[in-house]
Ligand binder design. Structure first.
Ligand code: DLL
Length: 433
């Protein structure tokens, strides 16, 4: 089944005509209503009237994540606060979160987009969907919730945590659709196995997974151990959350909701626009968001676009699995982490030097982050009790800043290798494929 065939199966010409119409409208809106864009477009000598064809989008400047922190919290909103009915947020590079807003219409559109991607994955109104994403500022919980509700599925709003209870709910409520990060799905199956649950007796049919990369091996492992089909879906807070793209049952890339998000791939070094089948950084323009439009947003996610027809019948352009990031953002157990957030804590803490390394590993598909930091040479006695105290303080502060738990390892002064160029802050030992 296709949720909105009128939009998902259009000819290229019809799709481009809708995209152009919507692009002209959103560009006019941001130029007239958001001081940041007025200034930026003026600096680049581009006016809304210059957008005459869809390719004219290339005349517009890019938007980077820094623009969000510079305009924190509401500076990029294109409607008065009175019209905002909800905000969501996620971590920014420093202490400042990325905050995005939604009008009533944005919330309705969002639900529709999620209904599309859930339908693509094979979910119907007969299903019972257990949502194991956090309900809160993160876009995952509420995003999937309203979309699946719109579709008519029965929702178990389980949120995250209390994993044994999650398994019991699956058994008792007859869950058929699992919504979570792939890593949490793997952790859950481990707990289920420890509880002696025979997963083949559960009613699970499909997993709607997203918010972090899932390697092919990880996918196979989830499919085997849970005995269900895995699907991937993609989105980000800046573009409103999940709902940008989703995988259909053919499993050959994620269909982008192109009538709402215009995709481009660029060379992350030069900004040059690349063609279909070429790998680069995904750039997205939101075409319909009222409260928080984004023009040519550099996602920093590395992927590729494909325009070949898909056997599911949808004609929308697909994006391949995200294979990496063009910046230093890490995703640890589904949470976005910037090394600069950790650095800020280290710089504020007496007793440690700003020489650190982040070691990321994976055990049973669960991410683990260890922050290794050098003690500052001069003012430290080296007494065990003091070291313990310092480690505890640091761990507490970092956990609070990142909203995930990390391990802290204190190192002797000058023990980390010094480099003349860029410091190697991240050692990511997780499997890539
Ligand atoms: O993760 C939104 C979301 C929620 C998507 C639930 C899907 C399901 P953020 O927390 O802002 O938003 O993180 C966005 O996560 O730029 C990617 O780097 C990464 N990401 C999201 N989905 C995928 C995916 C949500 N399917 C950042 N595969 C993005 C790989 C993904 N990476």
């Amino acid at each position: 089944m296709i949720w909105e065939p009128n939009y998902e199966c259009l000819s290229r010409e019809d799709m481009q005509s809708i995209q152009l119409d919507r692009l002209q409208s959103v560009v006019g809106n941001v130029y007239n209503r958001v001081p940041h864009y007025t200034k930026l477009f003026d600096e680049h000598g581009v006016k809304p009237e210059d957008i005459k064809h869809i390719e004219d989008i290339r005349k517009l400047p890019f938007t980077t994540k820094e623009v969000l922190s510079n305009n924190y919290p509401y500076g990029l909103f294109a409607v008065p606060l009175k019209e905002i009915v909800r905000i969501h947020s996620s971590s920014g590079t420093t202490g400042k979160q990325k905050v995005v807003g939604y009008t009533k219409r944005d919330i309705r559109t969002w639900a529709n987009l999620i209904a599309r991607i859930a339908t693509m994955a094979g979910v119907t109104d007969e299903d019972i969907a257990q949502i194991c994403f956090g309900y809160g500022l993160f876009t995952g919980g509420f995003g999937l919730h309203y979309g699946l509700e719109k579709l008519g599925a029965m929702i178990v709003p389980a949120s995250t945590g209390n994993t044994e209870r999650q398994i019991t709910m699956m058994q008792d409520f007859g869950t058929t659709v699992l919504v979570s990060t792939p890593s949490y799905a793997l952790y859950m199956v481990e707990v289920a196995e420890e509880m002696g649950v025979d997963t083949s007796k559960l009613k699970l049919k499909v997993g709607l997974f997203g918010a972090e990369p899932c390697t092919l091996n990880m996918r196979k492992e989830i499919e085997r151990r849970w005995n269900m089909k895995v699907t991937d879906n993609y989105g980000m807070t800046e573009l409103g959350g999940p709902g940008v793209a989703g995988e259909c049952e053919c499993g050959e890339g994620m269909h982008i909701n192109e009538d709402h998000f215009f995709p481009e791939i660029i060379n992350p070094e030069t900004g040059e626009v690349l063609g279909f089948g070429e790998t680069g950084e995904l750039v997205l323009t939101s075409l319909t968001r009222e409260a928080f439009p984004m023009i040519r947003y550099r996602t920093r996610d590395i992927t590729m676009l494909i325009d070949e027809p898909c056997s599911c019948g949808r004609s929308t352009v697909r994006m391949k699995k995200v294979t990496g990031r063009a910046d230093d953002m890490l995703i640890i157990r589904g949470v976005n982490v910037y090394p600069s957030q950790i650095e800020t804590v280290l710089l504020e803490t007496e007793g440690v030097a700003p020489h650190y390394q982040l070691i990321v590993t994976q055990h049973n598909y669960m991410d683990d982050l260890e922050v290794q930091v050098e003690l500052s040479g001069d003012n430290f006695s080296g007494k065990f009790k003091e070291l313990e105290e310092l480690e505890r303080t640091l761990r507490g502060k970092i956990n609070k800043a990142l909203q995930i738990s990390v391990r802290v390892k204190l190192l002797e002064p000058k023990s980390l290798e010094r480099t003349v160029g860029k410091a190697k802050r991240i050692v990511d030992m997780r499997p890539k494929e």
